[in-house]
Write a protein that binds this ligand. Structure first.
Ligand SMILES: [Zn+2]
Length: 143
């Protein structure tokens, strides 16, 4: 992992997105939520995509979702990940609706669409706390 190149890919922490990153540090998935229609959104933005209201708050959400899709990256598209190839990129559909592009912690060999996943938090390669997802097995105990 090219940590310097990886760190350059991370979004700058701003006043607008700080609640999300603070949530990652606290082990919570926090989403911007419209105070008019309760639509959750990710990434953060100034306007609700559902009702166009600019009023919002941040809510801690379940951290659960499903594996909507995934692919294995074989191209050296990002220098940061050049020595990680091949690596898995996961599209997660959160229970609350928004999608996140992420990675899976210890992905099983038999991935299936719509498998339940749960957010897990920890330091990324640059040290900044990030969210990734773990596939929940059928017999897993839900916390
Ligand atoms: Zn709204």
């Amino acid at each position: 992992m090219n940590v310097e190149a990886y760190a350059r890919l991370l979004p700058e922490i701003t006043a607008a997105n700080k609640p999300f990153w603070d949530g990652c540090a606290a082990g919570e998935l926090r989403l911007q939520t419209c105070t008019e229609c309760a639509t959750h959104r990710f990434p953060d933005g100034p306007t609700c995509p559902n009702c166009l209201s600019r009023a919002h708050t941040w809510q801690t959400v379940s951290g659960t979702g499903t594996l909507w899709s995934w692919f294995t990256m074989h191209q050296k598209y990002f220098p940061a990940f050049a020595d990680e190839i091949p690596y898995l990129v996961a599209y997660i559909k959160l229970t609350e609706g928004p999608f996140l592009i992420s990675s899976l912690v210890d992905p099983p060999a038999d991935l299936e669409l719509d498998q339940p996943v749960r957010a897990v938090f920890g330091p990324g390669p640059s040290g900044r706390p990030i969210v990734r997802f773990a596939v929940e097995s059928a017999g897993a105990v839900t916390r």
